[in-house]
Design a protein around this ligand. Structure first.
Ligand code: NAD
Length: 312
């Protein structure tokens, strides 16, 4: 019989692609409940699901920040059970910290952290009882390594990494697996939404120098990184589907191999200086992230590179 998959945030981006790829599985192993906050945005998913709509893919409403919405959605599932939960819904957040309200920061955690925690908590009892299950989280390389001006977003992804890393040990005893998918930059609406928000703000509370670093140094660098190293959502979905198909799923999977050396820096130097100062130099001394990435990414572990980036 088919495995039941519940995916959050399927109206766009990575979630939409995972839903469609699983629904079109050549071996027909999955029955997908593709959920979204706003059902009025189901058009693109319906179109891409094509003939699989209402066969191997059903669309349901689910807002991860609403306990009521989660409860209603789970209660309406056949047998009220899920074999594979894919926590994909997430929101980004960039900019100088001084201009952010505590309320907007809490909202990032409500979606990226508590949204996952609540769904996991609701589904754990049945997974444990049945002695099977797979919880997948679309985390980020920013769940492993902080990135300048992404302070609260990175913190929310670190939080979910810590939560899952702790839980994964206990759940192995129940034959329940957790997998963190850690993409680098992905060309979805995510970045556009962020840029749109940023263009509307004049960053009250932040000083002129910080705003200048954000707008004139960080934003062009980030844009370049997305344009040159960004993956397609289809590629991230493909990597996720592969992990879902494993009989013994891995705990971590980074989808962009160009990023692996960057995230390895913190493990290569326990003082943290290698990673913090490398990022500092990338941002303020080399002028261009792109220039760096092409010339240095591949030799990041060699000593000549370390000598160049370590002195601040
Ligand atoms: P996206 O904006 O296209 O998709 C995010 C989806 O989550 C949207 O459909 C949005 O409507 C949904 N969502 C937001 N709040 C929700 C809520 N309360 N309830 C239900 N759905 C909600 O962007 P994406 O890139 O496809 O993002 C998917 C995941 O990938 C996110 O968790 C994000 O953090 C992660 N990620 C993205 C990137 C990137 O560069 N785009 C990189 C690494 C990780």
């Amino acid at each position: 019989s088919k495995k039941t998959v519940l995916i959050t945030g399927c109206s766009s981006g990575i979630g939409l692609k995972i839903a469609v790829q699983l629904a079109k599985d050549p071996e027909q192993r999955y029955h997908v409940f593709a959920t979204m906050r706003d059902l009025r945005k189901s058009g693109k998913l319906e179109e891409e699901a094509g003939e699989h709509l209402n066969k191997t893919l059903e669309i349901r409403q689910l807002d991860v920040t609403s306990e009521d919405s989660v409860k209603k959605c789970l209660a309406a599932l056949p047998g009220q059970t899920v074999d594979i939960l894919v926590n994909n819904a997430g929101v980004g957040h960039i900019g100088p910290l001084e201009s952010q309200s505590m309320d907007e920061m809490r909202k990032i955690f409500e979606t990226n952290f508590f949204g996952v925690v609540y769904l996991v908590r609701e589904l754990l009892p049945s997974m444990k009882k049945r002695g099977s299950g797979h919880i997948v989280v679309i985390s980020s390389v920013m769940g492993l390594q902080g990135i300048v001006f992404n302070d609260v977003y990175a913190a929310s992804k670190f939080a979910i990494e810590g939560f899952c890393e702790s839980l994964a040990v206990q759940l192995l005893k129940f034959n329940v697996f957790i997998s963190m998918i850690e993409p680098g930059p992905v060309n979805t609406e995510f970045e556009m939404k962020l840029m749109e928000e940023v263009s509307k703000s004049d960053f009250p509370g932040a000083d002129a120098e910080t705003i200048r670093y954000f707008k004139e140094v960080y934003l062009p660098a980030a844009h370049e990184i997305f344009a040159t190293l960004g993956q397609a959502p289809d590629a991230v979905a493909k990597a996720t589907v592969k992990v879902i198909g494993m009989t013994q799923p891995v705990f971590r999977h980074q989808t962009n191999t160009l990023y692996t050396p960057l995230t390895a820096m913190k493990y290569a130097d326990n003082s943290g200086n290698l990673s913090v100062r490398t990022y500092y130099n990338l941002l303020f001394n080399y002028g261009s992230f792109f220039h760096f990435s092409l010339n240095f990414l591949k030799c990041i572990t060699c000593n000549c590179f370390r000598r160049r980036v370590m002195p601040v």
